[in-house]
Design a protein around this ligand. Structure first.
Ligand SMILES: C[S@@+](CC[C@H](N)C(=O)[O-])C[C@H]1O[C@@H](n2cnc3c(N)ncnc32)[C@H](O)[C@@H]1O
Length: 255
């Protein structure tokens, strides 16, 4: 069976994929030729958002769920450049990602990283895992990132329940960064349909639906946008809107 992490790895140019993943990737790209450009823009977005949260918001703890097969640089490398004491917990449910998790655990001495093999749908298992409680102090702000994962939770009530459960125990000053497949790009809608047809249910969301994922939190400027338009650098400013299939935003918990 194809798996989303290995399809993604293949589309980013990685080697950790099988024939079924490559066949799925080929039909997804046929339906959606700009997907590889979009995925790279999405990768740059998560790293920009993490750097922003470390530099401008002083966050030193990160919980990244749906991490994927490691690519360089990984989130902890970026935030530990800003503050070496940063602590990062990665979560994914794919056994292939687990196999490669060691590459995510290359922390600098002052900081820490950990990996949890768990499902986003089981928030309690994530928050109570020894790897999490031994790495993060939940009385201090945590930046949660859900990057290119919530399109795989297709039910709105369920995705809201998951996000509420994740954010509820975290203190004020915590953050949530999301990117997900946008319903405003026909190729993105096609890609979601292809994933679904391949046995991986996926959903494209409107900007209103993405904004709703941040309920109860303060969405930062520029709000929900295509990912390359979120505080873009020069490389992102040059990317064509029609090639980007992901929208997202970053919010802070104030209450
Ligand atoms: C498209 S990749 C995104 C990787 C990375 N976040 C990025 O954007 O560069 C989606 C990842 O989410 C993981 N994933 C999908 N559903 C999940 C679930 N229910 N629980 C945990 N991980 C999940 C997949 O295994 C895959 O690694």
């Amino acid at each position: 069976m194809p798996h989303s992490a290995r399809i993604y790895d293949y589309l980013l140019g990685g080697k950790d994929n099988f024939a079924a993943d490559r066949a799925a990737a080929a039909s997804i790209v046929e339906a959606s030729p700009s997907l590889p450009v979009s995925m790279r823009a999405n990768r740059r977005y998560v790293l920009r958002a993490a750097r922003y949260l470390a530099e401008e918001r002083g966050i030193r703890q990160f919980l990244d769920i749906g991490t994927g097969i490691p690519t360089s640089p990984n989130l902890h490398e970026v935030v530990q450049q800003v503050a070496p004491q940063s602590r990062v917990v990665y979560v994914d449910n794919d056994p292939i990602v687990l196999l490669h998790a060691r590459a995510l655990l290359t922390t600098v001495l002052e900081g820490a990283t950990a990996y949890i093999d768990a499902d986003l749908r089981n928030v309690r298992a994530i928050l109570s895992a020894d790897e999490l409680t031994g790495t993060l102090d939940l009385t201090q702000p945590v930046a949660v990132s859900l990057i290119a994962i919530v399109q795989f939770v297709v039910d709105e009530d369920e995705v809201h329940r998951i996000i509420d459960a994740l954010m509820a125990p975290l203190p004020a000053g915590s953050a949530l960064a999301i990117s997900t497949v946008t319903a405003h790009n026909p190729q993105a809608v096609g890609a979601a349909q292809e994933y679904t047809a391949r046995g991986i249910p996926a959903k494209a969301r409107t900007d209103d639906e993405v904004r709703a994922l941040f309920r109860g939190l303060d969405l930062l400027e520029p709000g929900v946008t295509l990912v390359h338009r979120w505080r873009p650098d020069d490389e992102d400013a040059a990317v064509d809107d029609t090639h980007v299939q992901m929208s997202g935003g970053v919010a802070i918990k104030t209450g």
